[in-house]
Design a protein around this ligand. Structure first.
Ligand SMILES: [Zn+2]
Length: 606
């Protein structure tokens, strides 16, 4: 049986550095080498040979910087109370800032060299080939890069830029006085953000109502303040868009990864054109919960309860089996990771919460942090994080360091793809209808939360930015009106599918992502792409698999939109979104078929 203190379930940081002393030596070395970069300043354009020598040095230092940073970050996350590890982490952050300052000459110098001369250098010096994409990407951004004075001014504006999100974070994390709510059995709950996430899904409907009423009433008390911070944040986005001569905030945000605007608009159009599928889900939810006047507080309770336990050995076995369609090599790597301590598996006092797959340590394997607690969600998270890790692993194996790191735009494809494979396996293995309904229901809810909810957020973001671009002022009350209209549209309020009461339209104030400048749409586009890839791999086998694995191996060697498009998932076309909608409907077909063959009394779990 699993012993939670078993060292084999802790990650082995010695694969990065044999000791803290070795880490400290690497840090000292880096400091010194950084100074040597000064000899490159002003000389990148002098010859192909010099450019190659300087880029080589810069990327080598960047790689080493990631190595020391990852070691300190992982060490600190093992036990966040460890002050020495925290200091190590902070010193890597200082070094990273210094690295950014020291290398800030690179982009302007490359832009000054210009396309023609740069291409001549590339033709002359074969060793420059591995920098071709990053160099061309810098040139692409030339029209939005300002002269020295302009860049200095924009950088100085950064002193003020974080204020809206910082004020918001302090308010929402520390200063809002959370209410007490008493549940129907007399339990008193201090309803902070974590308690809200937990209690909004309780089985007793009256309790969910109480939780919603108390929580949103509290937020409503800060409607004006949150309105001011969000409005200020949108104005910040507008400042940067205008300063860098972008036609709009959206285009400014998409430019970093060179994503076409049509990706964003196609996402919104397709989500809107398929609201019937979302509404079908709500009707099914009402049927399964035995509720005919569905309210916003009925969104979160699971469709069925199943007490399923998956000890880590079982979870690992299931994940390994589920990835079989990706081939023996892929499977063997994951198995090696499981058996060679690439993961920190169990919760412990002081350990960082949540789950992640670590940032790149080039030349070393990826690391995974979990807080595994034997439920199905833990198994699903295991599959998800290993999707990320294998993306990192395959990209690092196939790409030289300068093009190994992949963009956020493709990041959630590999993780949600592996979740889809896990569902496929669980359904094949399920012994009874309750567990079948449980897996199907979990997947369905995942698609709602990752696709439709994020698409709704994306629509809200676009609308508030467009209003500010047109010179309109936005108050908290106006945000609630705009958000309320979207909530009602997406949830079929006017069609009598799910009622959105006025007090809940303050929900926008609770979403920190609205301060991230057009970030959330990437969850929706990623899960659409992975739905298409998963459908093809499960149906067509080897050829579809190779196309999909090519996406992972491509790392950051091209624009992320192009990488996905080359593999057959054009996110500016309908096809990936339609695959996701098909998947949702197929899941609902299966659920309904099970319900239809069950005796009626079992249809309405309390
Ligand atoms: Zn993820």
């Amino acid at each position: 049986m699993t012993n939670e203190n078993d060292i084999s379930y802790r990650w082995n940081l010695e694969d990065i550095f044999p000791s803290d002393e070795a880490w400290a030596m690497a840090m000292a070395n880096l400091e010194q080498e950084l100074g040597a970069l000064e000899t490159c300043r002003g000389h990148l354009g002098s010859s192909a040979r010099t450019l190659e020598r300087c880029l080589h040095k810069i990327y080598e230092l960047s790689k080493e910087l990631r190595r020391v940073s990852a070691y300190a970050a992982l060490l600190s996350d093992e036990d966040t109370r460890n002050a020495r590890a925290l200091e190590m982490r902070q010193s890597t952050e200082l070094l990273a800032t210094k690295f950014a300052q020291v290398t800030s000459f690179v982009k302007p110098e490359i832009i000054a060299i210009g396309r023609e001369k740069l291409d001549a250098f590339l033709a002359e010096e074969p060793a420059l080939a591995i920098y071709r994409y990053p160099l061309h990407d810098m040139l692409r951004q030339a029209p939005h890069t300002l002269g020295e004075d302009g860049e200095k001014l924009v950088a100085t504006a950064g002193l003020m830029a974080d204020a809206p999100s910082t004020v918001y974070a302090i308010l929402s994390n520390a200063e809002i006085p959370w209410p007490e709510v008493s549940l129907s059995d007399g339990t008193a709950v201090h309803l902070d953000q974590a308690a809200y996430s937990h209690y909004r899904g309780v089985p007793t409907r009256e309790d969910r109502r109480r939780v919603f009423e108390a929580f949103w009433k509290t937020w409503r008390g800060y409607q004006q303040t949150c309105g001011v911070t969000l409005y200020a944040s949108v104005k910040r986005d507008l400042f940067y868009a205008q300063a860098r001569r972008h036609p709009s905030c959206l285009e400014a945000a998409l430019d970093g990864d060179n994503i076409p605007r049509s990706v964003y608009t196609t996402l919104l159009e397709t989500a809107n054109a398929n609201l019937d599928t979302l509404h079908r889900y709500f009707r099914l939810r009402g049927r399964m919960l035995g509720i005919d006047d569905l309210q916003y507080f009925d969104i979160y309770p699971p469709l069925v309860h199943a007490d399923l336990e998956f000890p880590i050995e079982e979870g690992e076995r299931l994940v390994l089996e589920s990835i079989e369609p990706l081939g023996a090599e892929y499977q063997a790597t994951v198995e090696e990771g499981f058996s060679h301590r690439w993961m920190d598996v169990f919760p412990r006092p002081g350990k960082r919460s949540g789950a992640y797959s670590s940032e790149t340590v080039y030349g070393v394997h990826p690391y995974v942090l979990l807080n595994y607690n034997n439920d199905y969600e833990s198994v699903s998270t295991l599959a998800h994080e290993w999707g990320h890790s294998m993306h990192t692993f395959l990209a690092n194996a196939a790409q030289p360091y300068p093009t190994a790191s992949y963009s956020i735009f493709v990041a959630e494809v590999a993780s949600t793809f592996n979740e889809a494979l896990l569902l496929d396996l669980m359904l094949k293995k399920a012994q009874d209808d309750t567990s079948r309904l449980y897996f199907l229901g979990t997947a369905l809810e995942g698609l709602r939360g990752t696709f439709f909810r994020q698409a709704m957020f994306a629509e809200f973001e676009l609308e508030i930015h467009s209003l500010v671009e047109r010179g309109e002022a936005l108050s908290g009350e106006r945000f609630s009106r705009i958000y309320g209209d979207l909530l009602r549209k997406y949830h079929g309020h006017d069609k009598g599918i799910l009622t959105i009461d006025e007090p809940y339209t303050i929900e926008w104030a609770y979403i920190p992502h609205f301060y991230y400048n057009f970030y959330v749409y990437q969850y929706a586009t990623s899960i659409a792409a992975s739905s298409l890839f998963a459908e093809r791999v499960l149906e067509d086998g080897a050829r579809a698999r190779d196309a999909y694995l090519a996406v992972l191996k491509a790392g950051g060697s091209d624009d992320p939109y192009t990488i996905l498009k080359s593999a057959g998932a054009d996110l500016a076309s309908q096809a990936p979104y339609e695959a996701l909608i098909r998947r949702m409907n197929e899941i609902m077909d299966q659920i309904e078929a099970i319900l239809d063959r069950q005796p009626p009394r079992q249809r309405s779990p309390a």
